[in-house]
Design a protein around this ligand. Structure first.
Ligand code: DOR
Ligand code: ZN
Ligand code: ZN
Length: 431
């Protein structure tokens, strides 16, 4: 039987906690699931000792945006495999989008997700996002109040835009009243048309129908203007274009209550990657051009983009191993989020490790209003141990996720996740 310790010490690591401004080599003492002390040479009698010498100790990552596919599409992912995959990626909390079957548009689905995650999950906190509209159909509002009582953290029709601007406006008012917020999938489907990749040089060269950036930007602008008019909060999912970043930047300057995320694939890949028609590069919004990638990085650096979220979207091989234009959209993202982000952002000198950790833990925790994202004494012991300088080659076949769909397979990055702990309990430890 595994020994159960109520006292653990993570010894000798570089503790990086942007929330409390700590970046120093020291020990972390955990008692009864909470951070009890941080300091040098803490006494460790009767404690379980974890040696973190040469490693980085940080608050566990929190993913504001993922798809766990449960209920209904367990052949793609379920709450067991999805939370296991999240733990391997260093995540201690994840928000799962409501485009399940049935849709999470009522309290019983919300309760199912929470209960199954508690009973069968890896230990990662699962925060369900409820639907804005019933069945994600964009016509009738879902049971926001009841879902909130059951435990949703936000509302979204992710996967689909909210076409009806008045429904969006009403949803903002309800969301505010019930203490949740809207996460918008900003996309104008009419402008997307039959597009399957970013519209530009590459789509012309490859002969694939393109998606104009305007399809994203028109809706970002609409979302911002509605939020501004209402004085309400809006969070923009997966911002991928330079124009989108600029719209958010200007809105923030005007004082609009807008926040935004981008995903590792928008800072680590471009439409050039589609050159071999690899359907693992099909994602929505699509991979954009180098200038957009650089704009997303600049947006993260100057605070325009608040957080990095994976948009983990696992699919079955049968839906991916087909021609590009008929392949499902999405990337299985938990297990490459840190190495891709660390390599592209920190190793390439755009930001410090502490800033990256902030974008992946403290910032999302604050936006969501959940515990975590901090190693301050008294906080929940949701911790990740990282080996940022260790190189690894991505092997999608070895993912804990059922979704092996990633454009990063076979590529080498720097940044390993060594251990993930939730409430003082180790939920993932590398072999
Ligand atoms: O690529 C995507 N996949 N984009 C979305 O908005 C939805 C997601 C999914 O659910 O597969
Ligand atoms: Zn989306
Ligand atoms: Zn999504």
């Amino acid at each position: 039987m595994l020994a159960v310790y109520d006292k653990t010490i993570i010894r000798g690591g570089r503790v990086v906690d942007p929330a409390s401004g700590i970046d120093a080599v020291c020990d972390l003492l955990i008692e009864n699931g909470r951070i009890a002390a941080i300091g040098e040479n803490l006494p460790c009698e009767e404690a379980n000792v974890i040696d973190a010498a040469g490693k980085v100790v940080a608050p566990g990552f929190i993913d504001m945006h993922c798809h766990l596919r449960d209920p209904g599409q367990e052949y793609k992912e379920d709450l067991v495999s999805g939370t296991k995959s999240a733990a391997r990626g260093g995540f201690t909390g994840v928000c799962c989008m409501p485009n399940t079957r049935p849709v999470n548009d009522n309290a019983s689905v919300t309760r199912y997700i929470i209960e199954k995650a508690q009973l069968r999950g890896s230990g990662v906190h699962v925060y369900p996002v409820g639907a804005i509209s019933k069945g994600l159909e964009g016509t009738e509002m879902a049971e926001i109040g009841r879902m909130k009582q059951a435990g949703i953290i936000a509302i979204s029709d992710d996967g689909k835009p909210v076409k009806n601007s008045n429904l969006l406006r009403l949803a903002m008012q309800y969301a505010d009243y019930f203490g949740v917020f809207i996460m918008s999938h900003s996309e104008d489907k009419n402008l997307v048309g039959d597009g399957v990749m970013n519209e530009g040089y590459m789509s012309t060269k490859l002969g694939l129908p393109g998606i104009t950036r305007a399809a994203e930007e028109v809706m970002i602008a609409r979302d911002i203007l509605v939020a501004e008019a209402e004085g309400k909060r809006i969070h923009l999912c997966h911002v991928s274009t330079r124009g989108g970043v600029q719209l958010v930047r200007e809105a923030k300057k005007r004082g609009v209550r807008v926040t935004a995320e981008t995903a590792p694939h928008y800072i680590g890949a471009t439409d050039e990657w589609v050159a071999g028609y690899d359907s693992n590069c099909r994602v929505n919004p699509p991979l954009r051009e180098e200038e957009d990638r650089l704009a997303c990085i600049a947006g993260l650096c100057d605070g325009t983009l608040d957080a990095i979220a994976t948009d983990h979207a696992p699919h079955h091989q049968d839906e991916k191993r087909v021609e590009f234009h008929i392949a499902a959209s999405g990337i299985s993202g938990f297990e490459t989020a840190f190495c891709v982000s660390y390599t592209e952002l920190v190793k390439k000198g755009y930001m410090s490790l502490s800033q990256l950790i902030e974008k992946m833990s403290a910032a999302p925790a604050k936006l969501l209003g959940v515990e975590g994202g901090s190693l301050a004494v008294g906080s929940a012991a949701d911790v990740v141990v990282l080996d940022p300088e260790r190189e690894l080659t991505v092997d999608a076949e070895a993912f804990a996720s059922k979704g092996h769909n990633t454009p990063f397979h076979g590529k080498t990055y720097s940044g390993a996740v060594c251990m993930t702990m939730v409430g003082g309990r180790v939920i993932y430890e590398e072999a």
